[in-house]
Design a protein around this ligand. Structure first.
Ligand code: FEO
Length: 396
């Protein structure tokens, strides 16, 4: 359903209630998502972003409810990833005279994806395009979250369209932040930030400072996923500033996998040590848990304590993906620790500790390895590990 943001500015995107995985199967999206595209009807007509390819027909129909798609003069591709550019072939077929406005890196990527001789117009920070009464102003936003990412601002209407930034994978019946459950909204916004923008926190903070320094009036922040921020729109900007600072809670996450419950019992003993020191924690059995949800919890917490038995001289395969994610997401201001049972060869604890070091996560206390099923003294060592991690959290 087309929604008017302000007179002459329309949401013409698509809500994808059924989406459960994104980036292939890399990211879980329990609450679906939306692909937001914005149509601006001035003397000239502009479309800001499109939708994922499977929904291109819906996008064209939505545009048609407002104007003949052939009237589109400018298509702005703030970001070339296919969830926003997938509708470009259909849009450019319906609007063959349109100019395709991109960042310089966006041109490289869109040409690489679609191999089409479209009429490209690369723009940079501060460039403007007049639509008649109002102008589009562009701000490059490299690594928020791709090198090509760009924000578009509409003067007169005071609408910032920052593409992925400030978005959420959150399918909703209504389009605006004051119309949805606030707890769900922030849960999805944080998951999005931790899993997608996590490695770029320094750049997020700098870009926000740069945009705020422009002193542009902002009535609406209209991202490319999820709901549109119209009620106190700068609330999400301030929240991003806090998240980007990566000041963790005084809490811990224990994640583990287990073959015959030995490492599970060790996890519970580590948890008992944390609890005895009054430090809250959450435990996740990784074979049964959603990796992206666990990463969000790690993002919030100060400590990550990882357990695995030794299998084939390594860690269990359910542990490896989150170790890879921790390296790539490069969370800051964390401490870590390791534990695990073993039978013939005690390898897993050393592997996890080395991995933590490679991630820039200092080990708060030496890990605990227990041969076969943990004995009472092994479990006591795990509890001491939990206490040591708790004390390191409090001293940090
Ligand atoms: Fe980077 Fe929503 O795509």
């Amino acid at each position: 359903m087309v929604t008017e943001l302000k007179q002459g500015v329309y949401w013409v995107g698509v809500v994808d209630w059924g989406l459960r995985h994104f980036h292939g199967h890399e990211l879980s999206t329990h609450r679906g998502s939306s692909y937001n595209a914005y149509l601006i009807v001035d003397e000239k007509v502009a479309l800001v972003d499109t939708v994922w390819g499977p929904f291109q027909d819906e996008l064209i129909e939505n545009i048609r409810q407002v104007v003949d798609p052939a009237r589109i003069d400018f298509v702005i591709a703030n970001h070339s990833e296919v969830d926003h550019s997938g509708g470009l072939p259909a849009v450019m077929r319906h609007a063959p005279e349109a100019t395709l406005v991109v960042s310089k890196r966006g041109r490289e990527s869109i040409e690489g994806h679609y191999h089409q001789p479209w009429n490209f117009k690369p723009v940079g920070t501060g460039d403007t395009i007049s639509l008649g009464a109002n102008d589009l102003v562009f701000v490059e936003a490299p690594m928020l979250h791709w090198p090509d990412s760009m924000f578009t601002y509409l003067t007169g209407k005071n609408i910032l369209m920052p593409n992925d930034a400030f978005g959420q994978h959150y399918a909703t019946a209504f389009r605006f932040n004051d119309q949805v459950d606030r707890h769900e909204l922030y849960e999805e916004a944080l998951k999005y930030f931790a899993n997608i923008l996590g490695p770029f926190c320094d750049l997020v903070a700098k870009k926000i400072d740069e945009v705020l320094a422009l002193n542009l009036p902002v009535d609406i922040i209209a991202p490319s996923h999820g709901v549109i921020w119209r009620d106190d729109p700068l609330q999400i900007v301030k929240t991003y500033q806090q998240w980007a600072a990566q000041v963790p809670e005084q809490s811990a996450v224990i994640l583990y996998d287990t073959m015959w419950n030995g490492t599970r019992r060790m996890a519970e003993a580590v948890g008992a040590g944390l609890a005895a020191e009054g430090v809250p924690h959450k435990q996740f059995h990784m074979a049964l848990s959603d990796r992206n949800d666990v990463l969000t919890e790690i993002f919030k917490a100060k400590a990550v304590v990882i357990g695995s038995p030794t299998l084939n001289q390594g860690v269990l395969p359910t542990i490896s993906p989150i170790l890879t994610d921790l390296k790539g997401l490069a969370f800051q201001n964390k401490i870590g620790a390791a534990f695990g049972s073993y039978g013939w060869n005690a390898k897993s604890v050393g592997i996890i500790e080395q991995h933590l070091a490679d991630c820039g996560i200092p080990v708060a206390a030496p890990g605990v390895a227990a041969k076969w099923q943990p004995r009472p003294d092994d479990l006591a060592a795990c509890e001491r590990l939990g206490r040591a991690v708790a004390q390191a959290i409090r001293q940090a």
